[in-house]
Design a protein around this ligand. Structure first.
Ligand code: GTP
Ligand code: MG
Length: 136
């Protein structure tokens, strides 16, 4: 069975959507292996988002991720990586499909970074790398 890293990002926690997001994950049938409230420092986030260093949204992204606590989840199940990303919807919450987490709860707030409620690892390699960062 496969594992992935899910983050409920600061906007999701601040808006009180953690429970609603967890309900969707549990309803889909994935197993919560570990879960905790995290307040990452800049170094942790720089490691997590290393692939985006130098992009125009990189600094706003780190600032956003430093703006409040997130919830880190180790999630397990067959094909959970692609399954969670399907639950999450596409990156831009304005156009993410209704029925997805981002599509139902997210929108453009006119900020420099897409505040899109959740993160999910995008490959087996990313999942292993990211789980080692958040669940060391
Ligand atoms: P994650 O699950 O958070 O990794 O989202 P993703 O895989 O759908 O997106 P990606 O890894 O490409 O980008 C990481 C995060 O950077 C996104 O979730 C957004 O918060 C932000 N982001 C990505 N692309 C853009 C962009 O073009 N503009 C802005 N403003 N923010 C972006
Ligand atoms: Mg990504």
């Amino acid at each position: 069975t496969e594992e992935t890293l899910v983050l409920v990002k600061p906007d999701g926690v601040a808006r009180g959507l953690t429970g609603a997001i967890l309900a969707r994950i549990e309803a889909k049938g994935y197993a919560l292996v570990d879960i905790r409230l995290v307040e990452p420092d800049r170094e942790t986030l720089a490691q997590h988002y290393a692939e985006h260093e130098g992009k125009p949204f990189y600094e706003p992204l780190l600032e956003f991720m430093l703006s409040g606590p997130s919830v880190a989840i180790r999630l397990a199940g067959n094909r959970v990586i692609e399954g969670f990303r399907a639950l999450a919807g596409t990156t831009d919450p304005t156009t993410a499909a209704p029925g997805t987490i981002r599509g139902d709860f997210g929108r453009d707030w006119g900020l420099k970074v897409q505040q899109n409620l959740v993160h999910g690892s995008d490959s087996v390699e990313s999942a292993e790398r990211e789980l080692a960062i958040w669940f060391a």
